[in-house]
Design a binder for this molecule. Sequence first.
Ligand SMILES: [Zn+2]
Length: 153
Amino acid sequence: MGRNNTIISTLMNLSEKSPCNAKLGAIITKGSSRPESSGFNHHRTRIHGNSSTCMHAEMHAAIAIYKRIKMRKKYSDAKMRRIMNKYTVWVARISKQNRLASSMPCMKCRNSLLYMGFSRVCFINNDGNFEIKKLNDTGFSHLSDAQLSFYGL
Ligand SMILES: [Zn+2]
């Protein structure tokens, strides 16, 4: 299996854990297809208050690795950004037909990933193929079809 196939099967397995209607999986890699962190979208209940928010797959994976490294190494935020810069975020949505479906990160995730220092994201575009994009690319200005349906718009 090629690098992308390994990543696709990992993302598919992760997306199956999602309790949401739209099922997304995410991993974070550095130089190989081995996931350094992984995540899936899920509901998240705020501790204080009763509102439920949605944790997007890419944030689930990103926050986990960021916290893990920061807690272990006690690095500053600036140092953390330089480290996170070397990682790639992969995110895919798996349709009910078990196909790869569009999964461009929303603006909220894009901004949060940038803040943590991530620079590259690989997502499924509207043609069903992986597309790599720099997070600071101005092309990140729209909600994808996936997010429009995800948010019920
Ligand atoms: Zn998002």
